[in-house]
Design a protein. Structure first.
Length: 200
């Protein structure tokens, strides 16, 4: 059985959602960021962390990719071949390095950094996020999901980020991106993951 380690409100929500989509048994282990328990599993003290028997893996994108690859029969991984893997990697890098970056920047300055290090990054973060919404709109085009008509691990990441954006009052000024977010966030596995770990 997998162990999904992390704090409520953290990116562990993506890991749990992914496990629900795959229908794999797991245990949610609540561990706070930079706690002794987190440092024991990850040198940075960050969560989420996946424990798969004797193997420990960190970073939500890496975890979701690993799970998609391990359970390839469930159809949540890359398309076939080198170009399929490159396409998925490109999406994953876009999601974390670009789409999520403004959200994370605002969160850090609002809640995480020491109070004397915080500044008002709200306007800059909103500007950057609006640009990334436009980029996501163009990347999606007419597709239902990132890889076309098939839901994948990429959509787990992007959907979770979209939920984070909505909770943080970041406007999503694209009808197609909003429709995409509605589509992925209404999935039963997402609802189960939220309820199972008390994320609601």
């Amino acid at each position: 059985m997998y162990k999904a380690v992390g704090s409520r409100g953290s990116r562990v929500s993506r890991v749990v959602w992914m496990l629900e989509e795959l229908g794999e048994p797991y245990e949610f282990v609540p561990v706070k960021l930079r706690s002794p328990e987190a440092y024991a599993l990850n040198p940075s003290g960050k969560v989420p962390i996946l424990i798969d028997g004797g193997f420990t893996l960190t970073d939500s994108a890496a975890i979701c990719t690993y799970l998609a690859d391990k359970h390839a029969d469930k159809g949540m991984g890359a398309n076939t071949g080198l170009t399929g893997r490159a396409e998925m990697d490109s999406w994953m890098h876009f999601a974390q390095s670009e789409f999520e970056a403004p959200l994370w920047n605002k969160l850090r300055h609002r809640f995480i950094l020491p109070s004397d290090m915080r500044v008002d990054v709200g306007p800059a973060a909103a500007y950057d996020f609006a640009s990334e919404v436009k980029a996501l709109d163009r990347r999606l085009g007419q597709k239902q999901y990132a890889l076309g008509d098939r839901f994948s691990a990429i959509d787990v990441l992007l959907g979770d980020m979209g939920a984070w954006a909505r909770a943080g009052k970041f406007p999503i000024t694209s009808d197609s991106v909003n429709a995409y977010m509605d589509r992925v966030l209404e999935r039963p596995a997402r609802t189960r993951s939220q309820a199972a770990c008390g994320f609601q």
